[in-house]
Design a protein around this ligand. Structure first.
Ligand code: AMP
Ligand code: ZN
Length: 137
């Protein structure tokens, strides 16, 4: 992917602050942190979205995210960590090269997700969605 910004980082064509790499993954600091210390775990090969990414790579990304989370707790004294991964513009994805956000959280960081929990009209509405989902799992 010649014009993918994360591929350019992986090819060292543009700079990034790398904290870890191996044959499969690159971990670097997010330039626009939700909370300072926010890191991104991305595969060295271009894949997107998660449903088109090989299982072994998805596993590796998340195992690496777990490792980064532990490092954020140890290095920064983070009280918690958010791990998230966006797929599609509707889900807020901006860079179309799969990546896992690892965001250190502190009881004092002042960040709040705008997590606006909805209500189903009734139980049958939720059951219908569950039924549709079950058919595809
Ligand atoms: P997403 O919305 O899940 O696609 O997240 C893309 C993330 O990439 C955002 O959090 C950006 O701040 C981050 N980002 C974009 N360009 C760069 C860059 N050159 N170096 C580091 N992080 C970047
Ligand atoms: Zn890419």
């Amino acid at each position: 992917m010649s014009d993918c910004i994360f591929c350019k980082i992986i090819r060292k064509e543009i700079p990034a602050t790398v904290v870890f790499e191996d044959d499969d993954v690159l971990v670097f600091m997010d330039i626009g942190p939700i909370v300072k210390g926010h890191a991104l775990v991305t595969p060295k090969k271009h894949y997107d979205p998660i449903t088109e990414t090989p299982d072994a790579i998805v596993a590796k990304l998340h195992l690496t995210a777990k490792r980064v989370a532990a490092a954020q707790m140890n290095a920064f004294g983070a009280d918690g960590v958010n791990i998230m991964q966006n797929n599609g513009a509707a889900a807020g994805q901006e860079v179309e090269h799969i990546h896992v956000h690892v965001i250190p959280r502190f009881s004092t960081d002042g960040h709040h997700w705008n997590w606006n929990a909805k209500k189903y009209d009734d139980f049958s509405e939720m059951n219908k969605l569950a039924e549709d989902l079950r058919k595809h799992l």
